[in-house]
Design a protein around this ligand. Structure first.
Ligand code: TNX
Length: 518
């Protein structure tokens, strides 16, 4: 077994094959770095008019993965790229279920690139999808163009056996501070799915806006969703729109994790329903960016009727196992009340068949080992999180000074905040989730998540500028084995993404740390 460190230099162009720009890259030149990659300089596959995508007979999902791949390939190559059930193996790209290396597990895949065929094998359609994302990156960047481009369309030869280090590889989008439309969220899903991210956490409520319809509480959205930071019109998702997002994400093997932040960060709800306030008076809507001034009323029974109605609905809309109940920055809730609230609310999540995730402050409120604290601290010490792990809880890592995509890159970054520091792409890449929090063993780490808070972000251009190139750095920390971790290798592989983003119209930040290829 050859474990490469995914350096760009390992590939030698074969004497017999045509020299093309694509040939300067190796089968390991992708993000996230593959677990195991063996370049084979004697092999290379060239896409042509006759290239067919063959998909596992009888699997609708394999067919859908094949179709999604064809939809990337057709506009730029101009080739017809039919997608057919795999009765025959010809000159083509085969997506097959079963028969893969045992190590690939549930989300991994095996990819073989030979002169006559490309073969992706996996145990699940999710694995096939992951394999096709690798394949995209092995083609020239121009394959990402929406219009016809000149080939040749050469894929470097060799074999990959690939599988994730962590099961939870997340991105978070704050759709409360500024609202993002269904199309804007879809766009982000398209982008993050290319880096094998498998969770999208949506921060659906905060002081500035409530963004998801809840039966029986119509003012949450009609009033509570009617504005955003800066006083713009805000918005919200109807149940149908939200389910559309869930289904769209599912096609790309991403599970949406919904968050309703409570008991703090609740001004939008408190403004919508006076009865949720201890004094019975609804505060005005809020369009500023302060935090920590609002709280649900811990001693009122209606609070728990409200919370249960919300959790019941979120659970019904959620195929995944987690509902995120927030719990951060509750400066307007007395510490004892916070504990009381969480101890009452986490069992409601269980009642509807889900597990509770929460910002890491939740760790101090209970002993339930199914709760998932999300660590967002700015250093590597947290005794309460470590104590929770010792009781059996899994921990999700989002250290703010490393993984917060809303922090500025440097002092001149036009968007973003600075409270957790300046985060250039080498800082985002430079930490080991398995050994980051002191005394928190890798076995207790469920995975990583890169949050994108939107106080300063208003549209997809803004989202993209903050997420790229840092999101791929966090995605690699979540997927690739630590043995592949190497800044030099990463920065070379990252440089090759620039042209891909340009072709996809992704408004990325041209970090001066990277020698971009376009
Ligand atoms: C802290 S991180 C928050 C958010 C802000 C974010 C801005 C966390 C759990 N809470 O309310 O949007 O900082 O970076």
């Amino acid at each position: 077994m050859a474990v490469t460190t995914a350096t760009a230099a390992t590939f030698q162009a074969p004497a017999s094959a045509e020299q093309t720009p694509a040939m300067s890259k190796s089968i390991s030149s992708v993000i996230p770095a593959p677990a195991i990659a063996q370049p084979d300089a004697r092999q290379a596959f060239r896409l042509g008019w006759g290239t067919v995508i063959f998909t596992q007979i009888g699997s609708r999902e394999a067919a859908s993965v094949g179709k999604q791949l064809a939809e990337v390939l057709r506009p730029s190559t101009g080739f017809p790229v039919p997608v057919l059930p795999a009765f025959v193996h010809g000159h083509g790209i085969s997506l097959l279920l079963g028969g893969a290396d045992a190590r690939v597990g549930k989300e991994g895949y095996e990819l073989k690139v030979e002169r006559n065929q490309i073969l992706i094998r996996a145990n699940t359609p999710a694995g096939l999808f992951a394999g096709t994302q690798t394949l995209r990156q092995l083609l020239p960047a121009s394959v990402e163009s929406k219009s016809r481009q000149k080939g040749p369309w050469v894929v470097p030869g060799g074999k990959i056996v690939d599988f994730p280090r962590f099961g939870y590889r997340g991105a978070m989008l704050d759709v409360s501070r500024h609202f993002f439309s269904v199309d804007e969220v879809r766009g982000y899903i398209d982008q993050i799915s290319q880096y094998k991210v498998n969770r999208l956490h949506l921060h659906l409520s905060d002081d500035q806006g409530w963004r998801i319809e809840i039966p029986g509480w119509p003012r949450l959205t009609s009033y509570g969703g009617s504005t955003e930071v800066g006083g713009g019109p805000g918005g919200f998702y109807t149940k149908e729109q939200y389910l559309e997002l869930v289904a769209y994400a599912k096609q790309k093997y991403i599970t949406i994790v919904p968050e309703i932040d409570m008991p703090g960060h609740t001004n939008a709800a408190l403004a919508s329903y006076a009865e949720l306030n201890c004094n019975g008076i609804a505060p005005p809507l809020y369009t500023g960016t302060s935090v920590g001034f609002s709280s649900l009323c811990i001693d009122k029974e209606i609070t728990y009727k409200f919370v249960e109605d919300v959790i019941r609905e979120l659970a019904a809309l959620t195929p995944g196992e987690y509902i995120h109940i927030g719990g951060d920055e509750t400066h307007a809730t007395k510490p004892a009340d916070y504990v009381k609230f969480m101890q009452r609310v986490t069992p409601i999540v269980a009642k509807y068949g889900k597990k509770a995730a929460g910002w890491h402050e939740i760790a101090k409120t209970q002993n339930d080992p199914s709760v998932l604290p999300q660590y967002w601290g700015t250093d590597d010490v947290d005794e309460e999180v470590v104590a929770a792990a010792q009781r059996g809880n899994k921990i999700l890592l989002s250290p703010a000074h490393k993984s917060y995509l809303d922090m500025k890159y440097d002092r001149n970054t036009p968007l973003g905040l600075t409270w957790a520091g300046l985060i250039e792409v080498d800082t985002a890449y430079g930490w080991n989730p398995g050994a980051f929090v002191k005394n928190l063993p890798e076995s207790s780490v469920l995975g990583v998540e890169a949050p994108l808070w939107s106080e300063t972000l208003e549209n997809s251009d803004h989202i993209e500028f903050m997420a790229f190139p840092r999101l791929p750095a966090i995605a690699e920390l979540g997927w690739s084995p630590w043995s592949t971790h190497d800044w030099e290798s990463f920065r070379q592989r990252l440089a090759q993404q620039g042209d891909r983003w340009a072709r996809q119209n992704v408004n990325f930040y041209r970090s001066p740390k990277i020698a971009w290829n376009s």
